[in-house]
Structures are given as C-alpha cells and as structure tokens.
Ligand binder design. Structure first.
Ligand code: SF4
Length: 403
C-alpha cells in the first residue's frame, strides 16, 4: 500500500478523478511535449459524460495553456477504466506524440503501456494482515503508521490545516455554487442555526457536524482547494468530524492527526483491494470509504481498541453497499453535498456501534470481507449508476425539469 500522502491528496475540486487526475495527466503530457503548437484531447466514458459538470475540460485547458487545445467528448468506454483521456501533441499539422491516460480515482493516474508504479510503503495487503501485525507487536494503528512513515506528521498537519481552512471558507461564503443548477450555498446558515439550538445538545452537535460537511462540499463544488478523503466528492465527511472534535470538543491537534492516520489505514485498504472511484464502483466506493475512514478515526478518538475500530469501519461501509453515483446534470452538487452530511452523521453512529454493540457480540463480518463485497457490487452496477449522469437522480431530475 502507498503512503498516506498519496491518499490525502490536496487539490482543486470538484472531483478527484475528473479534475485532479486530468490535471496531473495534462501536466505530465505538457512536460513530455512542451514545444508544440497545439494539443488535442479526447475525453472518453465517464469523463465525457460528466466532464463538463465536473470541470474536466476547464482544468485541462488551464494546465495546457498558453498552448491552444481542442477538447472533444466521446461517451464510449475504454475497456481498462471508465475514465480515459487521449492526449495528442502537434507541431503544425504533424502529430508528434500521443498518450492514453486513465484517471483511476483519488487523483491518481495510469499511463497506457507503462507499468503502473505503486510506491509500496506498507507491505501488508489487507486489514487482517495489519491487525495481526499490530497484535504481534502490541502496536496501535498509530504505531503501525509511524513504523512505516515516521515523517508523516508534518504532511498530516498540512492536511488538517487545509481541511480547516476549507471549512472556514465554506462557512463564511454565500451566493450560488457555479453551474446551471444555481444551487445556493447554505453551510453558513446551517452553522448559524446550529449555534442557536440551545436546549438540545444532540441536535446542536449534529447540525454543527452537518454544517462542516456542507462547507467542504460547497467549496469542492465551487472548484476550490480540498483534501481528498479519499476523493473530492466525498471530501466533507472526515473533516466535518475532525473539525468538530478539534473546534467544538477541544481535542488536542496531535490526537486529530492520529485519527487521520487511523482513517488513512482503512482508506488505503479500500484503495488497494477494491476502488475509491465512483466511475468504477459507484458512490459506495467514495462515500462508503469516506464513512469508514471517518468512523474508524472517531472510534480511535473515543479510545476504542483496534477490533472495535475495525467494527466501526466495517459498519460504515456495510450500510453504504450498493450506493449509486448519479450526479444531477453531472455536477458534484446533488446528491453529493447532502450525502456528505448524511455520511458524516452515519460515521459517528458507526463509531458508537463499534463502541457499544461490540461489547455484546463479536462482529461476524470483517472489514476485508465488506471491502471485497463492495468491489464485486461495484462491478455489477450498470454504467448508468457509475458517474455517467445517465441514471438514478440524474435521469429523474432531467426528465422532471426538462425545459
Ligand atoms: S454521487 Fe457520490 S460518487 Fe458520484 S459524484 Fe457525487 S459524491 Fe462522487
């Protein structure tokens, strides 16, 4: 498994696979073919079907400028991955090079014909391997991360600062989110409402967490800087809870960074054994993973042991199984922003399940098992439900709001 730095990527929203990945691909291609007169780029599959709403064309143009680029959209799918791009470089009328590049989720790319270089930092292949190693050495999951990445704290500090900045910006910005849905930002209003809930701590806390998740979701949908956790679309879930524990419950920042390590272990297990890409596995791969990361991080902050932390992560994923990706008009707005709020609350509940229900009965389903089920379920989802905006809410909304 790779470094947590490769999981918690920092970059512009609204989509890790539709903006950060294509941005990386364009930078790579521009570096390889710099002295050219023009570029052509074809976006295939999911990138063609939701690329406009996800700002894929905008980000590619931005990376390749000042050289002119023509972008075309081809809804056909390449067999290897639903997010494919063909870059072509020209000197006058002569094509001097081309590459097929895949955006495989979480901002990562693969170049066709080139061996995919995964810099393995963690040799373990599954969460069971990790748990057994921890038991053998009497390690916590934090000890495990620090064993392989002793210098990770500095980066995680940047990650949490970026998450907090994003929430603060989201809470204080009003107006419309860019795009033709003309959706109003509401995070700041939800936060103000939460502050005025005085006699019900349960509702007060839940609405605070919701406002933080919305703040990130609205920043992401506006193309601003977020931290993939594990993706842009699902980037509000984990920060909402971490910020709540830090800002409202006054936990030490060192504990928050440790929770990021614990959540990162579970995100990494999903990334390397299944997928975190909505185009490949549906929203269960994005929100399900984000919820598992957040649930495990919160279970750690609640001082649970590794088995109960695993319980929390498993519950969080299990009850997202089958969740489809159907962004309305291809924008990462409906259902994504609201879904981030729901997943944040669900993550807290999953952490409490790990804390209380695990006292009475051992969980029968391991985290590795639920990840394997998520992968197969994603393979069985029709492409209409995997980031194409052709099914589900996207289809229903289009039919009901046809002009
Ligand atoms: S529905 Fe889920 S997977 Fe699809 S774009 Fe929205 S957040 Fe991402």
């Amino acid at each position: 498994m790779e470094s947590l730095k490769a999981l918690y990527k920092i970059g512009p929203g609204p989509s890790s696979s539709h903006t950060i990945g294509p941005s990386e691909a364009a930078k790579y291609f521009k570096h390889k073919y710099s002295n050219v007169t023009r570029y052509e780029v074809t976006l295939f599959g999911s990138l063609a079907l939701t690329g406009k709403g996800h700002l894929t064309d905008y980000i590619i143009e931005k990376e390749l400028k000042p050289t002119p680029v023509t972008i075309t959209f081809d809804p056909h799918f390449k067999r290897y991955h639903p997010n494919a791009m063909e870059f072509r470089a020209y000197l006058g009328d002569n094509k001097i090079g081309s590459e097929i590049i895949y955006s495989i989720g979480g901002g990562n790319i693969e170049i066709e014909g080139k061996p995919f270089e995964v810099k393995e930092v963690y040799p373990e292949k599954s969460f069971t391997d990790i748990r057994l190693l921890c038991e053998k050495n009497n390690w916590s999951l934090v000890d495990y991360v620090l064993h392989y990445e002793p210098d990770i704290l500095e980066y995680l500090d940047l990650v949490f600062t970026t998450m907090s900045d994003c929430i603060n910006r989201g809470l204080t910005t009003t107006g419309l989110i860019p795009g033709k849905l003309k959706l109003e930002r509401v995070a700041g209003a939800i936060y103000q409402d939460a502050l005025h809930i005085e006699h019900d701590e349960y509702e007060h806390n839940k609405m605070l967490i919701t406002s933080y998740a919305y703040a990130v979701g609205e920043e992401n949908a506006s193309g601003n800087i977020v931290v993939c956790a594990p993706t842009c679309g699902s980037s509000g879930v984990f920060p909402a809870l971490l910020y709540f524990f830090y800002h409202d419950l006054h936990l030490a920042k060192s504990k928050i960074l440790e929770a990021l390590m614990v959540g990162g272990v579970f995100g990494n297990v999903v990334k390397s054994n299944a997928t975190i890409s909505g185009a490949k596995g549906g929203c269960q791969a994005e929100m399900g993973t984000a919820c598992s990361m957040a649930a495990s991080g919160i279970a750690y902050l609640l001082k649970e042991d590794t088995k109960r932390i695993e319980y929390a992560a498993e519950v969080a994923m299990e009850h997202h199984l089958g969740l489809t990706c159907d962004p309305v008009e291809g924008y990462v707005q409906i259902p994504c922003i609201e879904r981030g709020g729901v997943a944040a609350l669900r993550a807290y509940d999953a952490a409490l399940f790990g804390k209380y229900i695990a006292l009475h009965r051992t969980n029968r389903v391991s985290f590795d098992e639920v990840v394997a089920v998520m992968k197969v379920t994603g393979e069985h989802l029709r492409s209409e439900y995997r980031e194409t905006a052709l099914g589900g809410l996207a289809k229903e909304y289009k039919e009901k709001h046809r002009e």
